[in-house]
Design a protein around this ligand. Structure first.
Ligand SMILES: [Zn+2]
Length: 417
């Protein structure tokens, strides 16, 4: 349903309720009070709900969502990265293509229900699956475009050393996958892996998004190699790193130097709390394996928080709820100020939008009407309350609405109570 006006909405910058007028997919006007009546069904009554920019998931895997039951049926899971990779690789042989497709669609529905309007999805490339998941996700991205923008990444989960993998990466990029991915830590020669993916990104003028440093051992860090290549290829502002849990384990001096170097190289970080806290941090009791959010931001690094996985061996507790990912980060990193809580919210909205290089969206004049409505009173309360998302709009189209109490006069209400 196309929404032309949202009445009785609250905007982050204003304490007064207002009406948002939407046309041609964008916010065209913001008025203090409701305007003249619109045709039935085109007006959403927000009952004072807070309007946020739609959330952005900077890192998610749709093609292995909801595999937890199948994985557990094969025996107890060990909460370690190598075990998760092995278990999912094993399931690739038995889980049918139709099921992967259905679960990917279900994952997108889950994201949209949690207010997500855009996501960067890593598409698994492996000799056993060839380009089949690429074809599947290119088709899904086209089919689901009216509900969510999906940005696809060519992702070699088991490295680039198996015969044919480099050709497979090139084919995926030629088929229309727009972002070069990488997973250098699974290869015997991570430098060669990095050389290849950096060369691909530079040659195609494509962004590069790497899984990196998913380890408790700073001695295994590949950050130096990434920094060198980012500078050499002139890719400042185009490189994003997921995980980097080594930052949590580094000595304070080394961590400060690494964050400073990332900021100067224009490299963005994406933390994946539901995975990073579950699979890593096997060192000293009390160690926290999530890279330091506030410190990275303070150093000038763009930091996003993302889902990574939904209910699978990489994130059994992954539920697609980005606000909860921010809540979890706030607790485990002891973020204790309203500014810190607003920063957590930015890390699931505006910061990932910038990392994905998306056009402006949100409740602002002229911006794309990709919106998420929540019942919280203030921005800094959102990550405390983890409120359900009452409605998600994509280009002004209502793509999710929490069940209201019934329609009045053709107008769909939002049940805020
Ligand atoms: Zn990932």
């Amino acid at each position: 349903m196309l929404i032309e006006r949202i009445d009785d909405a609250r905007l982050p910058a204003s304490s007064e309720p207002c009406a948002l007028h939407i046309a041609a997919g964008r916010v065209q006007a913001i008025a203090r009070a409701a305007g003249p009546a619109q045709p039935a069904g085109s007006c959403l009554r927000a009952h004072g709900a807070l309007v946020l920019p739609a959330l952005v998931d900077a890192h998610v895997h749709l093609d292995k969502a909801f595999l937890l039951g199948a994985a557990e049926a094969q025996g107890p899971l060990e909460p370690r990265l190598a075990s998760a990779i092995e278990r999912v690789a094993m399931l690739r042989k038995s889980v049918g293509f139709e099921r992967i497709r259905d679960d990917a669609v279900r994952a997108v529905q889950r994201l949209v229900g949690h207010g997500v309007g855009a996501a960067r999805a890593h598409v698994e490339l492996d000799p056993s699956t060839g380009l089949s998941l690429v074809e599947l996700e290119l088709e899904l991205a086209r089919e689901l475009a009216p509900r969510i923008e999906l940005q696809l990444v060519a992702f070699p989960q088991r490295g680039l050393e198996a015969p044919g993998m480099r050709e497979l990466m090139q084919s995926a990029l030629e088929r229309g996958v727009g972002v070069v991915g990488g997973c250098p830590y699974v290869d015997r020669d991570p430098a060669s892996h990095l050389d290849f993916v950096f060369a691909q990104a530079a040659r195609r003028a494509a962004p590069l998004d790497l899984h990196l440093d998913f380890s408790d051992d700073p001695g295994r860090s590949l950050l130096e190699l990434v920094l060198e290549r980012t500078r050499a290829h002139g890719l400042a502002g185009r490189v994003t790193l997921g995980h980097v849990t080594t930052l949590a384990a580094m000595a304070p001096d080394a961590r400060a130097r690494a964050l400073d170097a990332l900021a100067r190289a224009g490299i963005a970080l994406v933390l994946l709390p539901a995975t990073d806290l579950f699979l890593a941090g096997h060192g000293d009791p009390g160690s926290r394996s999530l890279a330091p959010f506030a410190q990275a931001r303070a150093a000038g690094v763009r930091v996003a928080l993302a889902n990574n996985n939904l209910e699978n061996p990489f994130a059994p507790f992954g539920n697609g709820n980005l606000i909860m990912a921010a809540w979890l980060t706030g607790i485990t990193q002891r973020i204790a100020t309203p500014e810190g809580r607003r920063a957590l919210l930015e890390a699931i909205t505006t910061v990932p939008a910038h990392i994905l290089d998306l056009p402006a969206h949100g409740p602002e004049l002229g911006a794309l009407a990709h919106l998420a409505l929540v019942s919280s009173q203030r921005l800094d309360q959102v990550v405390l309350e983890v409120p359900p998302v009452l409605a998600t709009l994509h280009g002004g189209v209502l793509v999710h609405r929490l069940d209201g109490l019934g329609a009045t006069n053709g107008v769909p209400p939002i049940n805020v109570a």
